[in-house]
Design a protein around this ligand. Structure first.
Ligand code: RTP
Ligand code: MG
Length: 141
């Protein structure tokens, strides 16, 4: 297993619930390190560009509407097998199908407002980290 970096977003529903700290604690307890972080209120253009792979999907408009509905916390997580580990901690896309104890099971109710985003492959992690962070905003430790 290699040390990887992955992009995590704490979505507007979880920020509104005041759950930023509890969610970041789960990453840290699982051995992932926060090596970059910022809070942003995404524009439609920035959110749409981020989820460009879903542009033709029926849920795209709602997804962009939700992601721009309030501030988000964007982070780079680093650690062994970070991409898969983060996806495991997050749980399934639909919180109703997410395993007990996962972030989505504990903090989300609907597939539209599902608390967190995580990169799903090394290629998407590379693109997504660069989409939000310049190299000098990442602090390896
Ligand atoms: P994310 O990208 O946010 O981490 O979520 P994911 O990989 O688990 O799911 P993905 O397929 O990438 O979908 C992105 C977001 O779009 C919404 N979605 N709605 N109604 C639907 O069938 C549907 N499918 C996806 C979800 O909010 C999902 O997080
Ligand atoms: Mg995805």
């Amino acid at each position: 297993m290699a040390t990887e970096r992955t992009l995590s977003i704490i979505k507007p529903d979880a920020v509104a619930k005041n759950a930023i700290g509890e969610i970041i604690a789960r990453f840290e307890k699982a051995g992932l390190k926060v090596v970059a972080a910022k809070m942003l209120h995404l524009s439609e253009e920035k959110a749409g560009g981020f989820y460009a792979e879903h542009k033709e999907r029926p849920f795209f408009k709602d997804l962009v509407g939700f992601m721009t509905s309030g501030p988000v916390v964007v982070q780079v997580l680093e650690g062994e097998d970070a991409i898969a580990k983060n996806r495991e901690l997050m749980g399934a896309t639909n919180p109703k199908e997410a395993a007990p104890g996962t972030i989505r099971a504990d903090f989300a109710e609907t597939i539209d407002a599902n608390a967190v985003h995580g990169s799903d492959s090394p290629a998407s992690a590379e693109r997504e980290v660069a989409y939000f962070f310049n190299a000098d905003e990442i602090c390896p430790r």
